[in-house]
Structures are given as structure tokens and as C-alpha cells.
Design a protein around this ligand. Sequence first.
Ligand code: XMP
Ligand code: MG
Length: 184
Amino acid sequence: MYEGDIASVLISEEQIRDKTAELAAAIAERYPNGAPEGDLLLVGVLKGAIFFMTDLARALPIPTQMEFMAVSSYGSSTSSSGVVRILKDLDKDIAGRHVLIVEDIIDSGLTLSWLIRNLSTRNPASLEVVTLLRKPEATKLEVDVAWVGFDIPNEFVVGYGLDYAERYRDLPYIGTLDPSVYGG
Ligand code: XMP
Ligand code: MG
């Protein structure tokens, strides 16, 4: 599938599965008896986080509920500008809820810091972040990310929810994209 487009497999299906189990165990320690005020509310950022979110929810030994948000950051297709627009907002009020933002990848962190500020104003009981992937730029950030799956090099990656021009999300692993795909 997608022959010639993927330069290398960065993180295999098995590595993703093992890491998801590890993250789920760590997250469960933070909410020992589940979230006290209603179930833990996973907030996924569409569309990239969907695969990670559904696998994480099934790996978590505590009850969770799911909500989704879609945001768009203005800028080129392979980098973000920090100007964020809500394309789809949460369907429910999160006041008093324990919220866990589920992210696919943090690059500059601009999208995430905007999201944290936005959700904080809605008065959740708690607000934490888990991300499957983190790029080097993000480590400079002030943003507090409780759980990180993998720190990856500063390369454009696709698969397991991550896209380039809406393609490659369906790959079961995370790979680097051959520069020929985006005209490199
Ligand atoms: P920032 O810079 O705001 O960007 O942390 C986060 C969003 O940018 C997208 N992004 C990527 N998408 N492969 C992708 O498919 C990548 O390597 C990549 N790096 C950043 C993604 O939408 C993420 O939520
Ligand atoms: Mg994208």
C-alpha cells in the first residue's frame, strides 16, 4: 500500500500497541478509582487522534466517555501558525468534568496551548494531556503534557491517523513520508 511514498517505518504497529498499554497504565494511576465526577472524558482532536484515542480508550482499565473537537490552524499543510479556528466544538459542557485531551502529535505546540487555554475557561474539574508523538520543538514549550508516547525527530510523519493531504491515515504504523510526495 502507498508503495514508494513511505521512506521508512518510524514506529511499528507493535510498538504503538505496547506504548498504548504503557500509557494507559500510567494514566489509570492518575485516576485510581476512575474519575470521581462522572467518567473520565477523553477529548480527541480530529482527525489525527482518532486511532490513538480508540485504542487508548480500550486499553484504559477505567470507564471513559468520548468527545471530539475539530480545529484548524491557518498556515501551510506541513506546519502550523498558532492561529486556531474551531471547526467542530464539543457537544457537551465539560464544567466539573475530568478531561483528558488526546493528541496525535505536538509539533510547535501552538495548537495544543491554544486548546488548553480554550478548554480551561470552561471550568473542567481537571485537565490533562496525553500525546502519542512529540517533535523536538515542543520540548521548549511551557505547556504541561502529562504523558508522551514517543519523542520523534523533526520529520513529517504519516499513518495511524496522521495524514498528508488526507492520505495515509489508514496505515497501521507511523512512517516518514518520502520527500517526493510533497515535491521535495
Ligand atoms: P503544532 O505545531 O500546533 O501542530 O503543535 C500540531 C498539529 O500539526 C499537525 N502536524 C503533523 N501532521 N504529520 C502530520 O500528519 C506530522 O509530522 C505533523 N506535525 C504536525 C497535526 O495536525 C498536529 O495536530
Ligand atoms: Mg493534518
